[in-house]
Design a protein around this ligand. Structure first.
Ligand code: ZN
Length: 318
């Protein structure tokens, strides 16, 4: 499967952790399987945080252990610290994603640590990963460690976040051994000019460790920001089915960009995602079953595909 762009589904983590309803484990697994069957190459399925803080994520180990058996999909989980990463590695996760906030106030309220201490946690997790046996994941080796710099484009608690600091933090994370460093617009404050500037600077600071964009659509700028990131060579985007999601510690920040609309945008632009849009839209039923009555968004699911539309992935198929 040739993919020009990797769409990384974060709904089962970012989406579910920000709503009150708890999706039952069996329903999560049906949803994740439907997403994988639609061709999503990466799915972030849970978060290894304190059960007291996020009861929605209490079954993370069980969900990871079942999801890694699905074929042709990378299974990610969020781990804010060494303790979380230990649990994630034990469950057999393919990659952990660690949030490190550029905003000091957000960092304190989200993971109860300064950004500098969060960088030390990343170094500790990398050391733990490197100590795992080379055959830890059959056929895959050791798990990956990626970091998302949250509030990279601004913070609801702190306001603007200095770009020089975001880039300096990325440099510290690269030195700490993170495989990939992503930038997150946790609170939906970014604009396309800023997205171009920061991703260009990220690339020149950390080279091949420069990762993808985690964008929220809080102020309707999500897809414009995607196009801006594409312009400067970003090829991985996080999104959530139906746009569910947000950040419970950043008041007013709701809604990842919608996977269905993102995939349509990319495919319409001739960029292959490897995703079957019809199967992706059908997977919304699994969300409705799992968390009945929860709001879902998406212009493409509402309006339907345009008459005569052929996805780039379909055109390229032999
Ligand atoms: Zn998010």
């Amino acid at each position: 499967m040739i993919r020009d762009v990797v769409v990384s589904e974060v709904g089962p983590r970012d989406g579910l952790q920000s709503i009150r309803q708890v999706m039952p484990t069996a329903a999560k697994l049906r949803w994740i399987a439907a997403l994988a069957a639609a061709g999503l190459p990466e799915i972030e399925v849970g978060s290894f945080v304190s059960l007291r803080l996020l009861p929605q994520m209490a079954d993370a180990a069980e969900v990871v252990a079942a999801s890694v058996k699905l074929p042709d999909v990378d299974i990610l989980a969020l781990a804010p610290n060494l303790k979380g990463a230990e649990r994630a590695f034990a469950a057999g996760v393919h990659r952990v994603s660690m949030p490190v906030s550029a905003s000091r106030l957000h960092s304190q309220s989200n993971i109860n640590m300064t950004p500098e201490l969060a960088v030390e946690q990343v170094a500790a997790v990398v050391a733990l990963r490197d100590s795992l046996p080379p055959g830890h994941l059959p056929g895959r080796g050791r798990p990956g460690v990626e970091v998302g710099i949250s509030t990279a484009f601004g913070c609801t608690l702190e306001g603007p976040v200095a770009e020089d600091w975001v880039i300096a933090l990325a440099g510290m994370l690269a030195k700490a051994g993170a495989d990939t460093i992503n930038l997150s617009d946790t609170t939906g404050m970014g604009n396309p000019a800023q997205v171009r500037r920061l991703f260009r600077r990220l690339r020149s600071e950390v080279g091949v460790k420069a990762g993808g964009a985690h964008l929220h659509n809080t102020r309707g700028q999500g897809l414009a920001n995607v196009v801006a990131a594409l312009d400067v060579g970003v090829t991985t985007f996080d999104s959530s089915q139906g746009g569910i999601g947000g950040c419970p510690y950043a008041p007013g920040a709701t809604g990842n960009i919608v996977t269905e609309d993102l995939v349509f945008l990319l495919e319409a632009m001739g960029l292959r995602t490897g995703i079957d849009i019809d199967k992706l839209i059908a997977a919304r039923d699994r969300v409705r079953e799992g968390v009945p009555g929860e709001s879902m968004y998406g212009h493409v699911p509402d309006a339907g595909l345009p008459r005569g539309f052929v996805a780039a992935t379909v055109k390229a198929a032999p």
